[in-house]
Design a protein around this ligand. Sequence first.
Ligand code: C2E
Ligand code: CA
Ligand code: CA
Length: 278
Amino acid sequence: AKSSGRNSYQIFSASMNSNSVVRKSDERALERALEHDEFILHYQPTVHLESGAITGAEVLLRWERSGQGLNFPAQFITIAESSGLILPIGEWVLREACRQARAWLQCGLGLGRIAVNVSAAEFSDRRFLSKVRAILEETGLDPRYLQIEMGEDSLSRNPPHTLPALQELKNLGVRIAVDNFGTGRASLSFLREFPIDTVKIDKSFVHNIEAKSGKAVATALLAMAWGFNHQIVAEGIETQTQHAFFKKHHCAEGQGYYLGRPMTTEAFAALATQRNPS
Ligand code: C2E
Ligand code: CA
Ligand code: CA
């Protein structure tokens, strides 16, 4: 028993080492990606369900990794968060998104808003607010076009810090959205007391509406969001049935492959020009 105990310890420690070696090399790859400008942004439209008009774009980070093609956030965000690299990466995303939004608005594109995802690690960073303020000034984007999206769990992690931080964001004139609504652990009182503009109903609830209980849950989430006076976006709409359901239940906005996939800057500009004639 003793020797097998030692063996398993050795195996464990060997795999720990190789894990940390992998992690270190992933971190270095991410650092290089920043230096070499390998990150790009894709834009996914949010759509007014009744009229089909585009209400804005959500910015989604992509990594054009040399030799590997397009990498998605699931492949690198966790490493970015644990290494702290999410701070410079997030700052790049915010600056690039605001710069692009300002450019679009200046050439008359009817862009309602630009939504940027922010991790808990970014939001809890001391310098977050001053970064947002500086980037808005630097790019000249009117703050009311910017929406910051945060998961329920990032919002409810440290309420004594979160509430004043959200209020300062609101004072800047920025919009705040709760991402993946319904999946986190935010208490209802946070959802009521925090200065939230929009909730995004998580795609798992959207996909479930084909089941009877799923319909009840989706309508309950809609009712709750209305009760709190928040705007609502149904996320992950993939089918005509899901689209019809949320439209019928007076959910104002939707997002999902059925309404428009995440796309390049050029493709989004073309779509918005065609869909929102000025
Ligand atoms: P999210 O904020 O919930 O973004 C929506 C995700 O759902 C995106 O995945 C989008 O491509 C995907 N999606 C859109 N429509 C549909 C649909 O109809 N069906 C399905 N199944 N999926 C759909 P993506 O781009 O892989 O991003 C994953 C997550 O990574 C995002 O989830 C967000 O939490 C995070 N993320 C993305 N960009 C950034 C960023 O710039 N900074 C930070 N901190 N996180 C980011
Ligand atoms: Ca989001
Ligand atoms: Ca989401």
